[in-house]
Design a protein around this ligand. Structure first.
Ligand SMILES: NC(=O)c1ccc[n+]([C@@H]2O[C@H](COP(=O)([O-])OP(=O)(O)OC[C@H]3O[C@@H](n4cnc5c(N)ncnc54)[C@H](OP(=O)(O)O)[C@@H]3O)[C@@H](O)[C@H]2O)c1
Length: 319
């Protein structure tokens, strides 16, 4: 099997390509950065520039599935120009793929699996969201996710088998939000955001990578939530992180108004609450490696903590 991946050089994309390599699945990938192009036997990079509808169509050769992850980081100030880039990087990528596939007149039925985000669900402390929810959050994130999904649906017109994975907060030491949270805890500056009562529907990076390949291998179509079975509140997440990192938490919660002052509208990323169900993908037979926040964080940080303790002993800190 050969899969084409966009955004393959990012956090989730790298985890997926590692898994593909373990499973003997060949990867072609599209990158907007020529310096990231590699030409290995089972890992070949191709250049594209979606904002100009530019794509090297050789990337489609032998491909039976596409995984779409492309999009600029949303954790940048939500100014008007940045909002435009966040949205257009996603829609332009989909449109560029769509136009290229249409022109190629592909005969084979392609599996098309695209990233979406749980930010599509309305902000709520009490609701528990399944994929059947039709209301969309009245926020920039809700708008982006809804437009992203409707652009993805257009691939059905090309006879593709379309699946969308609404990704939660991806936990990894390599990127995303977790390293910043962990750094704050390590410097004794860890604290919950706002009331800390907001739900965080998280997923370990290995599980989200496995879920994309599960969707591919099982020909899934429709919407699936990319979250672990046990969401936690922000307060619980920070507490568990401190426990795993063996650091105390001193500081009071950071009030909403302070976050708004520092981050502007983007503070919504830290304050919005979505408690999201993983039942649908589990019913398809997907088994999570990391069900609970403690096991996920321990997997990510325990080696690092052990190493830090050893370094401390060696440097005489505990003597
Ligand atoms: N990580 C999370 O917690 C999370 C949660 C919900 C949803 N998601 C979504 O899942 C997708 C993958 O997430 P990630 O954490 O792996 O993101 P990431 O690490 O930021 O990687 C995204 C990739 O998209 C490509 N890209 C950036 N700007 C682009 C543009 N203007 N046009 C086309 N491609 C562009 C980049 O690849 P090149 O430099 O090679 O072009 C980059 O490596 C993203 O769309 C993200 O919004 C992530």
């Amino acid at each position: 099997m050969k899969v084409l991946i966009t955004g393959a050089t990012g956090l989730i994309g790298q985890a997926i390509t590692d898994l593909c390599s373990e499973k003997g699945i060949s990867v072609n990938y599209l990158t907007t950065d020529r310096t990231k192009i590699k030409n290995e036997v089972n890992y070949r990079g191709f250049y594209w520039q979606p904002k100009n509808n530019e794509i090297d169509v050789k990337c489609f050769e032998g491909v039976t599935a596409i995984i779409n992850l492309a999009g600029t980081n949303i954790a940048r100030r939500w100014t008007k120009p940045n909002k435009e880039i966040i949205l257009s990087s996603r829609t332009d990528s989909l449109k560029t793929l769509y136009n290229a596939l249409k022109n190629l007149n592909y005969q084979e039925r392609i599996s098309f699996i695209s990233a979406s985000a749980i930010g599509i669900y309305p902000n709520s402390l009490s609701d528990f969201y399944t994929e059947e929810e039709t209301n969309v959050d009245a926020s920039f994130l809700g708008d982006v996710s809804a437009i992203w999904e409707s652009e993805t649906d257009k691939f059905q017109e090309l006879n593709c088998n379309v699946a969308k994975i609404r990704i939660g907060l991806v936990l990894s030491a390599e990127g995303g939000a977790l390293p910043n949270m962990a750094n704050a805890v390590k410097k004794f500056m860890g604290a919950s955001f706002g009331s800390g009562e907001q739900w965080q529907s998280w997923i370990h990076v290995n599980d989200i990578a496995r879920m994309f390949l599960f969707a591919l291998e099982n020909n899934l179509s429709g919407v699936y939530n990319g979250v672990a079975p046990n969401p936690v509140t922000n307060k619980k997440m920070v507490k568990e992180l401190a426990k795993v990192l063996k650091k105390p938490l001193f500081l009071p919660d950071i009030p909403q108004f302070a976050l708004r002052l520092i981050l502007g509208e983007m503070s919504y990323l830290l304050l919005a609450s979505q408690r999201v169900s993983s039942k649908k993908i589990e019913k398809e037979g997907f088994i999570f490696q990391f069900n609970n926040i403690c096991s996920a964080l321990e997997n990510i940080y325990s080696e690092e903590v052990k190493k830090d303790n050893t370094d401390d002993v060696l440097s005489g800190e505990y003597v």
